[in-house]
Design a protein. Structure first.
Length: 483
């Protein structure tokens, strides 16, 4: 499509044209539409960039407003009667006992300090030191690094902890990426023979991935299914070949046999790698290091400890992570064409609806019904192949479910794109589980491809008169002001 058409598709809700022909004409198109501690530094603001990319690799095509950080004094680091908010305390122990100069750098659901002005330890105890982390949100993942200047623990790899409601407290050991729920020095030797892995891929392409296993990793080789060949990088063990393999709700589950620490207290962990089948065997699913499972961090029942792994996420979760995200403005989904919309990091399951409101009244909240909508159309999970041209154009969009508009609703789309649209995934009771908006370039370019051949957009003077023509497919009304 011509450059002007692509440009209009990217910002069709913000179209203004001006022409001077002895007079001035203006066309406008409109879419539907407590006290801080004085010792603390002033809050900082940030302004989004029109083509910024988010953490999932999705390019946001519109600018975002300034966001002001919450004043630190209003976020409780430790819950108190006056501020019973969610809190996070991180304990840290170095092998040499020297914690001088070590700070914690945080981001995402925690406030972010300057790199050279990280959070200092709030105190010390028999374990080591501890940090009371100022939070920016009461939920979501906290990213963090423990560092002394440019000397970073864990090889500089980003660490993560998902906040739970109320007081959160974790223990960290030097060089160990496990978030322990209690002091690991006081934990009994676990009685474990199996690590049960729950693995979730948002493209559901499990057959393209396998395991690299080796004997010195804590693996109980004798407990593997008969006939498996291990420790050959170019021939990963297929996930479906592992004991206990089963396809679950948006995930696969398999078991890895381990040497029981009860027989040797030095058996503290299992290591393995998930990587691609040939020719993609060097793709370690976004992880730079081995997947390390510390037994002391697991809840072990009947000699089985469970972990949860996500595509392109280095965190080893010891409980099912809550991946739901609900917003009516964040544009995480992307229209691939007029019919198909791709939703990164959301499984192609559940009830998916596209809600619309002519006056922009839709509100969404997790585990609640959608409010303010004029109606909705239902979308179906798309199991076919995305057209090659669309797949190439939007190859930057992360893996996730693709959903299709039903044939009966296709004719309604031009009018629906003039309204507020919110994509919602619901449970069987109609409660919101995920919600987002979608970037519209792919849909508009497909729906209005004929606009490529319109030769007289703008102001045209002919036969003693001036005519004005505007391409603004998402506009609800257009006004002409002459002065």
């Amino acid at each position: 499509m011509k450059a002007w058409a692509g440009g209009f598709a990217l910002q069709a809700r913000r179209v203004i044209g001006a022409v001077t022909l002895g007079m001035c004409g203006l066309l406008a198109a409109c879419g539907g539409g407590g006290g801080a501690d004085a010792a603390q530094p002033a809050p900082m603001s940030s302004i989004g960039i029109a083509a910024a990319a988010d953490g999932n690799g999705i390019e946001l095509l519109a600018g975002v407003p300034a966001v002001v950080q919450a004043p630190r004094a209003k976020i409780a680091a430790v819950a108190t009667p006056g501020a019973p908010a969610t809190s996070l305390r991180v304990h840290y122990r170095r092998a040499d006992g020297n914690h001088a100069g070590w700070q914690i750098h945080t981001w995402n659901a925690a406030q972010t300090p300057n790199w050279n002005a990280g959070w200092n330890a709030a105190g010390s105890d028999d374990f080591g030191v501890y940090y009371d982390v100022p939070l920016a949100s009461g939920s979501g993942p906290v990213g963090f690094l423990l560092h002394n200047g440019d000397n970073k623990d864990n090889g500089g790899a980003d660490q993560s902890y998902v906040l739970q409601a109320g007081a959160n407290e974790i223990w960290r050991l030097q060089g160990d990426s496990t978030n322990y729920a209690s002091n690991p020095l006081l934990l009994p030797v676990p009685d474990i023979k199996t690590v049960r892995v729950h693995y979730k891929r948002f493209d559901a392409a499990y057959s393209a991935w396998g395991l690299h296993l080796w004997a010195s990793s804590g693996l109980n080789v004798a407990g593997l299914p008969a006939g498996l060949t291990i420790d050959t990088w170019g021939a990963p063990v297929p996930l479906a070949s592992m004991g206990g393999y089963a396809a679950g709700d948006g995930e696969v589950v398999f078991d890895i046999p381990v040497l029981n620490p009860q027989g040797d207290v030095n058996r503290k962990a299992l290591e393995f790698i998930i990587h691609g089948m040939p020719p993609n065997e060097n793709d370690k699913d976004g992880r730079d290091n081995n997947i390390r499972v510390e037994y002391a961090a697991l809840t072990v029942q009947n000699q089985i400890g469970q972990i949860w792994l996500l595509e392109r996420d280095a965190t080893v979760y010891t409980a099912p992570p809550d991946l739901r995200q609900v917003s009516s403005t964040d544009a995480r989904a992307v229209w691939l064409n007029k019919r198909l919309v791709k939703w990164p990091r959301v499984a192609a399951s559940g009830v998916v609806r596209l809600y619309y409101s002519a006056n922009g009244q839709i509100t969404v909240a997790r585990d609640a019904a959608v409010l303010g909508a004029d109606g909705f159309i239902s979308l179906d999970a798309f199991t076919g192949a995305v057209p090659a041209a669309d797949a190439l154009r939007f190859k930057y969009v992360a893996n996730g479910g693709v959903f299709g508009v039903r044939d009966a609703d296709l004719a309604r789309l031009p009018a629906l794109h003039q309204q507020q649209l919110v994509l919602v995934q619901e449970d069987a009771n109609g409660r919101v589980q995920n919600a987002t908006t979608a970037q519209v370039a792919g849909a508009l370019d497909d729906l209005f491809a004929a606009a490529d051949n319109v030769p007289d957009l703008g102001a045209v003077v002919a036969r003693g008169a001036t005519s004005f023509k505007l391409w603004a497919p998402t506009a609800q009304s257009v006004s002409l002001l002459l002065t």
